[in-house]
Design a protein around this ligand. Structure first.
Ligand SMILES: [Zn+2]
Length: 443
């Protein structure tokens, strides 16, 4: 009897396994990855932003995007194209959800109209962010570090789906969502990680001093600084982004500690947005010579960050060490309004409270004494810029990470403007414009 039951269970499990496996296989088959099948739309439902603005819907058997050109451009990487070139867009990555395909039953939902997907993004903020990037490649994103809602995600360049666009080699990866699928050199924004390692492990983190002579010599090699800061402490070295201080600090902290804190903050780890895996941030100093290791602590050498990972880490610093996982799918409802999915807050402890709060304070102080709060329209912004060197003949990337310490708009942000120059230029100004616009809406 037991044998028969076991055989039955085995056969049954095998059947279920085959069924799920082949259903998945079907769904992943390239020609079936877009919302059209054999030229016919698969009755995908509405995709809306957090305010109910319809970004894309089905009308007379055709997928129709929003009327506004800028909304189309700024939300394209979130929504996705129809051919499936933007692999991370809802149309492709969430294809089963938006078409209402149920892999357990192998059917589309009863009335065949697809499911409605509500996103967390505010298309107004996406447009504003996209406009700030115009003319440059890059990405600007912002999320609520208390709830995890990704309120703004813009990736440039984009293209207008209504133009029957086909990309050429000069189009700089238009199909790639740089927020999810790219990694970048962090430059001085990595001093956030090094500062975490310092306050997290050194009893005298705030008292120790290093000397800057417009740079410093490490094992006979010169590390240049952008200023001549003399004898300097952590607080000022962070605010003025002193390379001499941070390179010497890095060497004293050692490879194990730096690696430990980089990994606490998500480097070398896996991140995803609603199940869509993002590019992996990397910090690897195993084979680094001392001078290379010193450069790694100031965000050069081989350091690479993915914007979603770093945004999450900055969110954890803003949130006293608790990282709230970012998400973009707010809810999925079928055509009868029945809720199939509703997002939930997912938290992990990235840092201890003391370390997170201490580094948040360093970022606050940086804006206070160096950039000034006025440059952010007097919003309580805490931030760190980076000017990421990417090669001797190339203009550096302009990078900014930070957050707003404000209960009405608890937003963490990340901005990368490729070949945009100093972080204190276009990245900072772009985010400032975006935040001041957000304040008009949310405050
Ligand atoms: Zn210096």
């Amino acid at each position: 009897m037991i044998l028969m039951l076991s055989l039955f269970l085995f056969a049954f499990s095998y059947f279920i396994f085959l069924y799920i496996f082949s259903a998945d296989d079907w769904a992943l088959f390239p020609s079936n990855r877009h919302v059209y099948k054999n030229g016919k739309v698969l009755y995908a439902g509405d995709i809306t932003d957090c305010e109910g603005v319809v970004l894309c819907h089905t009308q007379d058997g055709e997928r129709v995007y929003n009327d506004d050109e800028y909304i189309r451009l700024a939300t394209l990487h979130a929504v996705g194209d129809l051919e499936g070139y933007i692999a991370t867009g809802v149309h492709t990555a969430m294809r089963d959800d938006v078409t209402g395909y149920d892999k357990f039953n192998g059917l589309y939902n009863v009335s065949g109209t697809g499911n409605n997907v509500e996103l967390t993004i505010d298309s107004r903020l996406c447009v504003k962010a996209y406009q700030q990037l115009e003319g440059y490649c890059g990405t600007i994103a912002m999320y609520n570090y208390r709830t995890g809602e990704l309120v703004c995600m813009a990736s440039s360049p984009s293209f207008d789906v209504s133009d029957n666009f086909i990309a050429s080699d000069e189009d700089e990866g238009v199909y790639m969502n740089r927020f999810l699928s790219s990694t970048f050199t962090p430059g001085s924004t990595f001093k956030v990680v090094t500062a975490c390692a310092a306050v997290g492990t050194l009893d005298d983190a705030y008292e120790r001093e290093y000397v800057c002579n417009g740079g410093t010599t490490i094992k006979g090699e010169w590390v240049a600084c952008t200023g001549n800061h003399g004898t300097i402490t952590l607080e000022d070295a962070f605010a003025y982004s002193c390379n001499s201080y941070f390179s010497q600090l890095t060497v004293d902290l050692g490879k194990d500690t730096l690696t430990e804190y980089a990994e606490k903050l998500g480097f070398n780890g896996e991140f995803a947005l609603d199940g869509v895996k993002v590019a992996t941030s990397s910090y690897n100093v195993d084979d680094a010579k001392t001078i290379d290791f010193a450069w790694s602590g100031i965000g050069q050498y081989k350091d690479l960050f993915n914007p979603l990972q770093y945004l999450t880490a900055i969110g954890a610093i803003a949130n006293s060490g608790t990282a709230v996982k970012p998400y973009i799918i707010s809810s999925i409802k079928n055509d009868l309004g029945f809720e199939l999915y509703n997002a939930k807050i997912e938290e992990t402890e990235m840092l201890d409270k003391y370390t997170a709060d201490s580094v948040a304070e360093l970022m606050d102080n940086t804006v206070e004494i160096y950039y000034t709060k006025e440059r952010f329209g007097n919003l309580d912004v805490c931030a760190k810029t980076g000017t990421a060197e990417i090669g001797e003949d190339d203009i550096p990337h302009s990078v900014l990470v930070g957050f707003v310490d404000d209960t009405d708009m608890p937003f963490a942000f990340v901005a990368i403007v490729e070949n945009g120059g100093s972080g204190n230029g276009i990245a900072l100004n772009s985010v400032s414009n975006l935040l001041q616009y957000a304040a008009e809406i949310y405050k």
